[in-house]
Design a protein around this ligand. Structure first.
Ligand code: PLP
Length: 397
């Protein structure tokens, strides 16, 4: 009856089972995976945001496959603020980055073709590629005091079926930005093998330190030598995931760019999925990002700083270096699987963290936590987690 692409293993994983038990029994737990910014106590300009949605322009239906010009101009201004000139014709508005991924995968790949994507990374890529009949081939990010793309491993993965290389800038959950020399490498590989580059920049506005901001390339929208698709949107930039507005910027060599734009226009015209109120609100929703971004940056930096103060050089737990985004990765003694650690923290201490394998870490001993929770919840949860690790590893102390 059903397509193979929907043959998912739908049995809940052991961590979800325990979370459900907590919920059924009405037991509270400290959720250190909370990455929904609307639930983390930030002060939003509710009247301004809701007012923006009442734009009278939204009363007319004026379909445009790319989305209304005024809205796209505000996206172009966002990139102009980063020193890059983007023509609004190069911009397509979508309801989510997931939809933007679908457009790009549909544009580039025949069934069975593949896209190279980083590991560890965003778990949804598996689902997005599968739903679009694209195979995801992982290339490793390696950690040696900091994260970097494993150049040696990446190029041999390219086959005649490879259509694109995907980067996440900064990556979720490793927090690593693409550096200029990595970009040079990617451009060379893409040029050599006629591949497109897909760059997910949803977290690009959240470097975790001024130094981190300096070591990265600014944005992939400035790339002109290879066909490049840059994805971003309101869910992180204005911390408004519920507004369902994202975008896709296309740039590259003129002939390829022009073909890509024509074909994308057909794809987008087939769906016309964006709703007028949110599209016309976009200029204001983008304009208001400064306040929420500074609240989030303050929160993530302070939580990270506090976390580091708890980890003495001799601690059993280490934090892996991160440069941007909303997450931190802890390395725990690999005396048990990362899933077993997560289950132990939840069952014994009512603290939820994600096991590294959710993000495709190649080895055990990693858990991922969000830096968004309130300092009180974050500190309480981390203290319990660190005490538990000590207790498990040194039971007689
Ligand atoms: C790397 C990455 N891309 C995209 C998204 C989601 O974006 P959207 O809400 O626009 O689909 C997320 C959400 O966490 C993410 O981590």
């Amino acid at each position: 009856m059903f397509a193979e692409r929907t043959n998912w293993r739908l049995t809940p994983n052991p961590l979800t089972v325990v979370i459900e038990e907590f919920r059924e029994r009405g037991l509270p737990f400290l959720d250190l995976t909370e990455s929904n910014p609307t639930r983390c106590g930030f002060a939003y300009d509710a009247p301004g945001i809701l007012g923006a949605l009442a734009n009278p322009l939204a009363m007319a239906y004026e379909p445009d496959p790319r989305g209304p010009l005024g809205a796209r101009q505000s996206v172009a201004e966002y990139y102009a603020g980063r020193g890059v000139r983007v023509d609004p014709r190069q911009i397509f508005l979508t309801t989510s980055t997931s939809e933007a991924y679908a457009y790009v995968f549909r544009l580039l790949a025949n069934p069975g073709d593949n896209v190279l994507a980083p590991a560890p990374s965003y778990p949804l890529f598996d689902f997005l590629s599968r739903l679009n009949d694209v195979k995801l081939v992982s290339y490793p990010l390696i950690y040696d005091d900091d994260w970097q793309i494993d150049f040696q491993a990446l190029e041999p993965l390219v086959t005649p079926e490879t259509r694109a290389v995907l980067v996440v800038h900064p990556n979720n959950p490793t927090g690593s930005f693409v550096r200029p020399r990595e970009m040079d490498f990617l451009v060379r590989i893409c040029e050599h093998h006629s591949l497109a580059l897909i760059a997910d920049e949803v977290f690009a506005d959240y470097p975790l330190s001024p130094a981190a901001a300096g070591e990265r390339i600014v944005t992939h929208t400035a790339t002109s030598r290879i066909l490049t698709f840059t994805l971003s949107g309101l869910s992180k930039i204005s911390a408004l995931p519920q507004m369902k507005l994202a975008w896709l910027v296309v740039n590259g060599p003129p002939a390829q760019l022009s073909d890509a734009l024509d074909r994308l226009e057909m794809i987008a015209d087939t769906y016309l999925s964006l709703s007028a109120p949110v599209a016309h609100a976009l200029p204001k929703l983008l304009e208001g990002r400064g306040s929420i971004q500074s609240q989030i940056s303050k929160r993530t930096r302070e939580n990270l700083h506090w976390l580091d103060q708890q980890l003495s050089p001799g601690s059993l737990v280490r934090r892996l270096k991160t440069s941007g985004g909303w997450y931190a990765i802890l390395r725990l003694p690999a005396t048990r699987s990362d899933e077993d650690w997560s289950l132990e923290f939840l069952r014994q201490d009512a603290v939820l963290v994600h096991p590294g394998h959710f993000f495709d870490f190649p080895t055990d001993g990693h858990v991922v936590l969000s830096l968004l929770p309130s300092p009180a919840s974050f500190q309480n949860g981390i203290k319990k987690l660190l005490t538990r690790v000590e207790h498990v590893c040194h039971p007689n102390k």
